[in-house]
Each structure stands twice: as structure tokens, then as C-alpha cells.
Design a protein around this ligand. Structure first.
Ligand code: AMP
Length: 116
């Protein structure tokens, strides 16, 4: 069994977070340390530690990440100018919380995809 992270507690509403959306598959909440004017995390409710543990049974929840990202980006007024969706994996990817999550970032030009 994978070890729970703080995100499981946010999903169960055991600790506070600025939750923008929740359904039976995913939860979206504002990043506590925003890197852009809009910085939202969209997470599957089921604990999947990294993309390395993704299985076919997760496809519905992981697809939902995108439809919720599209909806929240539109609500934040980001659709036309654009935004960035990021999912980090393990050390080289810069993953800090081992419960996969999609970052939705926007509200300013975000610059090149990677710093050298
Ligand atoms: P990553 O580096 O892709 O694992 O991203 C983890 C993200 O989770 C970071 O952007 C953190 O700022 C964010 N984060 C960590 N703890 C919390 C929390 N309690 N509420 C909201 N966001 C959090």
C-alpha cells in the first residue's frame, strides 16, 4: 500500500484547502505556494504515488483531470491567452508530493518550458 500524503487529507477535507472543484473522481484546490497568478492542483481522489504507478483502471480519473483543467482554466479567464499543465514524476521531475497531481498555471506569460 502506498503511503498517504497531505493530499489525501485535503480530499477528505480533514485539513483546510481552497477547494475549487470536487467530484467522485478528482479534487482541485489552489496551490499553497503559487508560482503564477493562477496555480491550481488537480488530483485524482485515488492515491497513485507517481505516473510510474498509473494503470488502465485509472484512465477515467486521469481523463477527468483534463476536463476539469479545461473548465477551471475557462473560469479563471485563461482559455484565450493560454496556460500550462504540468505533472512531475520522481526526483528528476521535481516531484515533492507523492500523490500524482496536475498543475494548472496561468495568468502571465510563463516563459520557456524548461530552465537550463
Ligand atoms: P510537485 O513538486 O509537482 O510534487 O508539486 C507539489 C505542489 O504541492 C507544490 O507546488 C506545493 O506548493 C503544493 N502543496 C504542498 N502542500 C500543499 C497544501 N497543503 N495545499 C496546497 N498545495 C500544497
Amino acid at each position: 500500500m502506498a503511503e498517504e500524503t497531505i493530499f489525501s487529507k485535503i480530499i477528505r477535507k480533514e485539513i483546510p484547502a481552497d477547494i475549487l472543484y470536487q467530484d467522485e473522481l478528482v479534487t482541485a484546490f489552489r496551490d499553497i505556494s503559487p508560482k503564477a497568478p493562477t496555480h491550481i492542483l488537480i488530483v485524482p481522489n485515488v492515491l497513485i504515488p507517481t505516473v510510474n504507478e498509473v494503470e488502465a483502471e485509472h484512465e477515467q480519473a486521469l481523463g477527468r483531470l483534463f476536463t476539469v483543467a479545461r473548465k477551471l482554466a475557462a473560469e479563471a479567464g485563461l482559455s484565450e491567452d493560454g496556460y500550462r499543465l504540468i505533472m512531475n514524476c520522481n526526483r528528476h521531475g521535481g516531484q515533492e508530493v507523492y500523490h500524482i497531481h496536475m498543475h494548472l498555471l496561468g495568468g502571465r506569460p510563463l516563459g520557456p518550458m524548461l530552465a537550463r
